[in-house]
Design a binder for this molecule. Sequence first.
Ligand code: FAD
Length: 254
Amino acid sequence: FHKDKGSIQNDNTVYLSDLEATLRYSLEHEILSRSVISGESLNALNSYLELLIECFPSSIRGKKFIKLIWDNTHLNKTVSGEKLGNLINNYEFLLKPYVTKHNWIGCEGSQPIYRKYPCGLWTMFHTLTVQASIKNLTTFNGRQVLETIAGYVKNFFGCTDCSEHFMNMATTIQTNVSSLDDAVLWLWSAHNQVNQRLKGDVTEDPIHPKIIFPSKVYCETCHQIGTDEWNETEVLKYLKNMYSAISLQKTSFD
Ligand code: FAD
């Protein structure tokens, strides 16, 4: 991987730095900005934290950090964002849960308006589905993994348009997903539908054009020869490989 200003090479590497920056933003901005979290949104938060404990590729201190947050949410009927914020600050200070600096690497945009958190959120969601499948989780089945992701998107993701679109797609989870592998493929397919819709949109970073993923350059066998069809066995293999090989590499700017 090499990166110089002006020509960013996209090599489909997943960086821990992007995942940690995403987690941090999710906790410190999206969750804490809510004054009161209760009912459906508290259930969504608990489920999200449980999935992170199981599947986020964090250090032991990182896991402990998320577990401590969950300790303070799952037995309560109501949680205040402000109180949770104070706890998170304390635990972060005590535990130093993050391994990397919080800069975007894979999700860096060519201009400040592009990519970053939404890109990080997709990256984290794919990572969670893949980790769930590789670990063969028993605490979540495929449907529950996706419902947890959808619960986060519905209750906390600040982009309301994105959330509405995603919730429309999420209506197919119940009938189309049972195994943990199905969940990996469902999210891949949903993300491709979004890519297709946003192709040429003003939010598209010209250095990172929206493509139907993965392109032939990265996975030739994912595409059935001579047709527009996918070879889903190969796609699954590709996704599992990509989202389990998390790179610790830092930028040359560190
Ligand atoms: P992203 O689309 O964010 O993708 C990040 C990385 O994921 C890519 O660099 C690539 O490595 C990988 N990737 C790409 N496609 C796939 C795939 N199919 N499977 C696996 N990996 C893949 N923006 C809107 O304007 N309208 C919306 O309705 C909308 N809905 C969204 C819904 C969700 C749940 C999220 C997280 C974001 C949504 N966004 C939406 C934001 C938008 O999808 C992009 O995240 C944003 O435009 C930044 O794009 P990007 O080029 O960084 O790549």
